[in-house]
Design a protein around this ligand. Structure first.
Ligand code: URP
Ligand code: ZN
Ligand code: ZN
Length: 458
C-alpha cells in the first residue's frame, strides 16, 4: 500500500524542511507539499515530529562464536530490536576465527542472517589469517557484494592477525577498492598485561581496563594508520574509545592518510566505573576496548560534533548473566561485549541533540548518512531523497522513557544502560515502505530484511 508521511520536519545530513514524503513500492517517489496520491494510500500525520532517514548501525555482532560461547541474539531478535530503536540497516561483522575457512564462514554467516532478519543487512568480512587461498576467497566475497574487510589487531589466537597479514590484507583491499575496518589494540601487550595482573591476584572485572590501557589502543591505532599510509589503502578505526587513540588517528589523517573513525554508544555515555562495580554488575560492562575514564568523553563528543569522528555505531554484542559469570575466576574469561542496537539512536539523540552537543544534521550524518557513504550504500540508504529506499523514521522528540531489560527486544537478561533516561524515540519506522514499528511496538514482517549487495568505492 502506498504511504504518505505528512507535514513532518524532514531532516537529512544537510537540510531540514517541512513537507510530505510519498512512498510507492519500496521507494520514495515524491517529496513536497500537496502531493497527488493514489486512492488507498495510508496517511501518517507527522506534525510535531522529526522525519529521519532510517538509521544505519555499521558495527554489530549477531551470530558470533566468541570466548567459548555465542553472542545471545538471533537475527530475528536483533533486527526487531534494531527497528524498535530506529535502525533499519545494520552491517554485521562476519568473524570466522583463525582456525576456520573464510569462505565457509562467509556462507555460514549469510545463511544465519537469511534465516530471518526484519531489517536490511550487509557484512564486513573479517580476515583472520592470510594464506595461499585467502586472496581468491576474498575476491569471491567482494564479487558477492561485500566491500569492506575487518581486521583485529587484538584477540591473539582467535581473530587476531599479525603485521604481515595486515600488510597483505591492505594491499589487496587497495587493489579491490575495499575499505578495511580495524579493531586497534596491541594484542601482545594486552596478553602480557593480563598475565601480570592475574599473577598479582587482580582478577576482578575492574582490572579489565588496566589490562588494555589507552596507550595500548593508541599504539594499535598508530600502527594501523601507519600501515594505511604505506599501502595506500582506506581504513576505518572501529570503536575508538580514548583521547590518545583519537589523537593518533587524527594525526594520521592530517598526514593525508585515508582513515575514518567510529565511536560506539557505550564509550560515549558510560565510563569505567560501571566495570568497577563489584561482581556481576562489573562483568556486565566488560567490553573491548574497555569503558574508559570519563575525561575522554569531552574529546570524543567534540570530535563527533565537528565530524572528525565519522560515525556512531554500537558494537552490539550481548552476553547474558550466566555467560558473563564464566569470568568469575578471572576477568580474562568474561565474554567481551555489551548490547546496544536498540538503544543507540535514542541515547545519541538524548545525550547528543537534547544536551546541545550535536545539531540535527550531524546526528543524522553520524548515525546514518556517513556510514552509507563510507560503505557503499548511499544514496539508496542514508538519506531521504526521491529514488532512495523508503527506510524512514518518524521520531517523537517529546517522548520520555527509561531503558530497561524488562522492555527490551534483544534476547538478553540485562541491559547495559539500565535505568538511563531517553528523551525521544521512533514512533513509526519503515523498511522499504513497509511499516515495521508503531509507537514502540514491532508490528511488521519478521523476514522483510534483505541482504544488501554493495559495490567497492574506497
Ligand atoms: O567487547 C567487544 N567489543 N566485543 C565484540 C568483539 C569486538 O571486539 O568488537
Ligand atoms: Zn572490536
Ligand atoms: Zn565489534
Amino acid at each position: 500500500m502506498p504511504l504518505l508521511i505528512r507535514n513532518g520536519d524532514i531532516v537529512t545530513a544537510d537540510a531540514r524542511v517541512r513537507g510530505d514524503i510519498y512512498v510507492e513500492s519500496e521507494t520514495i517517489t515524491a517529496i513536497g507539499s500537496d502531493l497527488v496520491v493514489a486512492s488507498g494510500t495510508e496517511v501518517i500525520d507527522a506534525s510535531g515530529k522529526l522525519v529521519f532517514p532510517g538509521f544505519i548501525d555499521p558495527h554489530v555482532h549477531i551470530y558470533l562464536p566468541f570466548m567459548a560461547t555465542f553472542a545471545r541474539d538471533t537475527h530475528e531478535t536483533a533486527s526487531v530490536a534494531a527497528l524498535v530503536g530506529g535502525t533499519t540497516t545494520f552491517i554485521e561483522m562476519c568473524c570466522p576465527s583463525r582456525n576456520d575457512d573464510a569462505l565457509e564462514g562467509y556462507r555460514l554467516w549469510k545463511a544465519e542472517a537469511a534465516s530471518g532478519s526484519a531489517c536490511d543487512y550487509s557484512f564486513h568480512m573479517s580476515v583472520s589469517k592470510f594464506t595461499d587461498v585467502t586472496e581468491a576467497q576474498l575476491r569471491e566475497i567482494v564479487a558477492d557484494g561485500i566491500t569492506s574487510f575487518k581486521v583485529f589487531l587484538a584477540y591473539k589466537g582467535a581473530f587476531g592477525i599479525d603485521d604481515g597479514e595486515l600488510y597483505q590484507t591492505l594491499m589487496l583491499a587497495r587493489q579491490l577498492g575495499v575499505i578495511v575496518t580495524a579493531h586497534c589494540e596491541n594484542a601482545e601487550l594486552v596478553s602480557r598485561l593480563q598475565q601480570r595482573l592475574i599473577a598479582e591476584g587482580k582478577t576482578g572485572p575492574e582490572w579489565h581496563e588496566p589490562s588494555r590501557p589507552e596507550s595500548v589502543e593508541a599504539e594499535g591505532t598508530h600502527r594501523f594508520t601507519t600501515f594505511l599510509e604505506n599501502t595506500g589503502a582506506s581504513g576505518y578505526v572501529v570503536h575508538l574509545s580514548s583521547e590518545p587513540a583519537l589523537r593518533a588517528a587524527l594525526a594520521a589523517r592530517a598526514r593525508g592518510v585515508r582513515v575514518s573513525i567510529e565511536a560506539v554508544i557505550p564509550h560515549l555515555v558510560l565510563d569505567r566505573t560501571f566495570a568497577e562495580r563489584s561482581g556481576i554488575e562489573g562483568m556486565k560492562h566488560v567490553m573491548s576496548p574497555p569503558l574508559r575514564d570519563r575525561r575522554n568523553h569531552a574529546a570524543l563528543w567534540a570530535a563527533l560534533a565537528e565530524g572528525a569522528i565519522d560515525t556512531v555505531a554500537t558494537d552490539h554484542c550481548p552476553f547474558d548473566v550466566s555467560q558473563k559469570r564464566m569470568g568469575e575466576r578471572s576477568f580474562v574469561e568474561i565474554p567481551n561485549g555489551i548490547g546496544g542496537i536498540e538503544e543507540r539512536v535514542n541515547l545519541l539523540y538524548t545525550h547528543g541533540v537534547s544536551r546541545g552537543r550535536l545539531d540535527l544534521q550531524r546526528f543524522v550524518d553520524a548515525a546514518s548518512t556517513r556510514a552509507a557513504k563510507l560503505f557503499g550504500l548511499f544514496p539508496r540508504k542514508g538519506t531521504i531523497a526521491v529514488g532512495s529506499d523508503a527506510d524512514i523514521v518518524v521520531y517523537d522528540p517529546t517522548y520520555r522513557g527509561t531503558l530497561s531489560a524488562a522492555t527490551q527486544q534483544s534476547r538478553n537478561d540485562y541491559n547495559g544502560f539500565e535505568g538511563m533516561a531517553i528523551e525521544g524515540r521512533p514512533s513509526l519506522v519503515t523498511v522499504r515502505g513497509c511499516v515495521q514499528v508503531r509507537d514502540g511496538q514491532f508490528v511488521g514482517e519478521r523476514t522483510r530484511g534483505r541482504f544488501l549487495r554493495r559495490t567497492p568505492n574506497a
